[in-house]
Design a binder for this molecule. Structure first.
Ligand SMILES: Cc1ncc(COP(=O)(O)O)c(C=O)c1O
Length: 431
């Protein structure tokens, strides 16, 4: 492992990324001043530009009070529109199909109000067995909201025996058998636990052909992998901005609604004053006149101080571009895989993320046979300054984020894992 450190340094010189644009937390252990931050799939790092942008918005409020709605440097009334086009570019959507608002699970609920309409034998909601718990809770509560039994309404697709990740074929097989009972298919674009990138276009096409509505939770996909939601015909999608989009804890989420649904008067939506078209907002009439855009899904006036960080981040994605980020992500993740291959060969550790680069983004998840992922993750941080993230009981996730992670970060993660987990002769015992 040590012979590979100089190679990591060489790779960093040749392929430096954009780390200088971010605050990297100091290390809380180990030999290096900065942490090797590999938890950007959980919470992205703070861009250096964010603080000044936030201060400018605060200054506008101090200087203008209520007049900031129209007179602020970036007027608050139409502020959210500044985010629409860059968010649309990020996910391969048209601006009319996109809006930034609320948080992810709230948005999933608002979208299910429109797109989960159980009727006749078509009542089921299909998710993956490794869905993030918030999604499980959300779909179960939607079933109950419609007077249905969540235990029979929600189907949890499992990988076939002997495999770690749900295959596209598993989903397609299920749809071929039972698609006629499915009202809504809602999977994670990149699975939060395994890091698997689903075949979004193939699954969307099959789900729609089976007569189901197809929605995607893109929490781990937005800003991680290239997306083409419009062309893929996805019905709806939602994502958060605090992971790969680096917009801060609890940052606003994004929503996509395909053009074919926009302006449909038969679609149910929950409404508030931000659902009506901007030009009608101050007419103070009792009945809304929603625009034929995703803005119609908005309800409340948006939190301006939460929008600045999203805008700053989206500008960065626009300037670097997803294709370049994907290229660097493939190189960094491939390098981490090569290092983990060495470490896991003789240790009770196993990478459960698909090996095919086309089936993953910037994440490798390691299954720890001894099931002590949380304890090991603490040791990685406090003894080696490596920040990864544990998912109980036995998975540690490592995300080499192409904007700011380095080859040397990856090397540090692998070296720390090797130093922390003993070889298989002492199976399961941290060294
Ligand atoms: C896949 C997925 N879905 C949903 C959520 C919940 O997001 P929020 O708390 O923003 O609603 C998360 C959070 O990490 C997630 O990873």
């Amino acid at each position: 492992m040590h012979n590979l450190e100089s190679e990591a340094r060489r790779l960093d010189e040749a392929d430096p990324g954009h780390r200088h644009l971010f605050h990297v937390p100091p290390a809380d252990g180990g030999d290096h001043p900065e942490s090797a931050y590999l938890a950007g799939n959980s919470l992205g790092l703070q861009p250096r530009a964010t603080r000044d942008e936030l201060l400018a918005d605060l200054d506008d409020w101090a200087r203008l009070g209520v007049e900031g709605h129209v007179e602020a440097g970036r007027a608050w009334l139409p502020y959210h529109e500044l985010l629409t086009a860059p968010a649309a570019r990020l996910v391969g959507a048209r601006p009319a199909e996109t809006v930034v608002m609320n948080s992810l699970t709230v948005n999933l609920h608002l979208l299910m109000v429109s797109f989960y309409r159980p009727a006749g034998e078509r009542t089921r909601i299909v998710i993956e067995d490794t869905a993030f718990p918030s999604d499980s809770y959300a779909v179960r509560s939607q079933a109950r909201f419609h007077g249905l039994d969540p235990d029979t309404t929600v189907v949890r697709l499992k990988p076939r025996p002997g495999t770690d990740a749900l295959g596209t074929e598993d989903v397609l097989d299920f749809l071929a058998r039972e698609g006629h009972t499915v009202a809504l298919l809602m999977l994670g674009g990149v699975n939060y636990l395994t890091g698997e990138l689903m075949d979004i276009p193939a699954i969307t096409a099959a789900g729609r052909a089976a007569g189901a509505v197809v929605g995607w939770d893109l929490a781990h996909a937005a800003g991680n992998v290239p997306l083409a939601l419009h062309d893929w015909g996805v019905d709806f999608a939602a994502w958060c901005s605090y992971k790969y989009l680096n917009s801060g804890p609890g940052a606003l989420g994004g929503v996509f609604v395909h053009e074919r649904h926009l302006g449909d008067p038969d679609l149910q939506r929950f409404e508030g004053w931000w659902s009506t078209a901007a030009a009608t907002r101050f007419e103070m009439t009792p009945v809304s006149r929603p625009p034929a855009t995703a803005d119609a899904w908005q309800i409340s006036n948006p939190p301006i101080f939460a929008m600045g960080p999203v805008r700053t981040s989206l500008e960065l994605f626009d300037s670097v571009g997803m294709p370049a980020l994907r290229e660097r992500s493939l190189r960094l993740t491939g390098w981490l895989e090569r290092l983990f291959d060495e470490v896991t060969a003789d240790r009770p550790l196993r990478v459960i993320t698909p090996r095919d680069p086309a089936r993953r983004g910037s994440q490798l998840s390691v299954r720890v046979e001894a099931g002590n992922a949380a304890e090991l993750t603490k040791r990685l941080r406090h003894e080696h300054g490596v920040i990864a993230d544990a998912r109980e009981p036995d998975v540690i996730r490592f995300a080499p984020v192409p904007l700011y992670s380095t080859y040397h970060d990856c090397w540090r993660a692998a070296a720390a894992l090797a130093a922390t987990v003993g070889p298989s002769s002492t199976k399961g015992q941290p060294s």
